[in-house]
Design a protein around this ligand. Structure first.
Ligand SMILES: [Zn+2]
Length: 247
């Protein structure tokens, strides 16, 4: 995900793990919780502890590479350093900028493209590692990296805000219609798709994690939509307040 605003999280709930070329990398408590849930779900499926714990480096490396791809593209366009936070449902890259819609589209695309490229790179080298009888833990790590990055890359391409796919739709629309209409269309597309995705995940596939993610996306988009309507109403009231300049 990318975002040009500031983090909603208070500084006390995140800790810095690294700074790369001026871009800071923080981990939020929610990331630790998410990794913990993955480990617990694996243990519940009778996966040995050693393998279940591999989810911690898999999630960390996968999300970090995805966010670094966003930050790297932002820097390549000359918008300076970013602040990466690992947390929530994955990660976010914060950077204040005024980019053209096509630049925003490429910044958003860079994340899922890097996840999918990493997944297929691992899938490509995995057979040679298996033949070379590499350490089984490393093999398991690589297989999980391929799985996680493929899923993460594809999930992020779904055109639901604030996922990268939703951002690509939003900024793509800014090329053809005015910003308010682009936002309205992208938000309603997100609301409908996340509701359908959530219902399908829950009632057809009993995929509870996906259903929960979809529900949180519905709530986020609904909150965004209400904010947007409030902002529009405020703007209209301000215009009305200006009155007739001749009066
Ligand atoms: Zn992303």
């Amino acid at each position: 995900m990318t975002d040009d605003g500031t983090s909603p999280q208070p500084a006390a709930r995140r800790f810095r793990v690294a700074t790369i070329a001026g871009t800071t990398i923080d981990v939020r408590i929610s990331f630790v919780v998410l990794a913990g849930v993955f480990v617990l779900l694996e243990l519940d499926r009778q996966v040995p502890l050693k393998l279940a714990l591999l989810w911690i480096p898999v999630l960390f490396v996968s999300v970090l590479i995805h966010e670094l791809a966003h930050a790297g593209t932002i820097a390549a366009f000359g918008f300076g350093t970013s602040r990466i936070e690992l947390g929530g449902w994955g990660g976010e890259t914060f950077n204040r900028r005024r980019a053209a819609p096509w630049q925003e589209m490429l910044i958003s695309l860079a994340g899922p493209a890097s996840s999918l490229a990493l997944a297929y790179l691992v899938i490509w080298i995995l057979p040679s590692l298996q033949q070379a009888k590499t350490n089984t833990l490393l093999l398991a790590f690589m297989a999980m990296m391929a799985f996680a990055n493929q899923k993460w890359g594809l999930l992020n391409l779904v055109p639901i805000l604030p996922l990268d796919g939703g951002q690509i739709v939003l900024h793509g629309l800014r090329h053809v219609v005015r910003p308010a209409l682009a936002f309205t269309f992208a938000t309603w597309l997100s609301l409908v798709l996340s509701a359908v995705l959530g219902a399908a995940a829950a009632f057809l596939y009993q995929q509870w994690i996906l259903a929960f993610i979809a529900l949180s996306l519905v709530m986020q988009n609904w909150a965004q939509w209400k904010e947007f309507k409030k902002w529009i109403a405020g703007r209209e009231a301000a215009h009305a307040g200006e009155g007739d300049p001749s009066g």
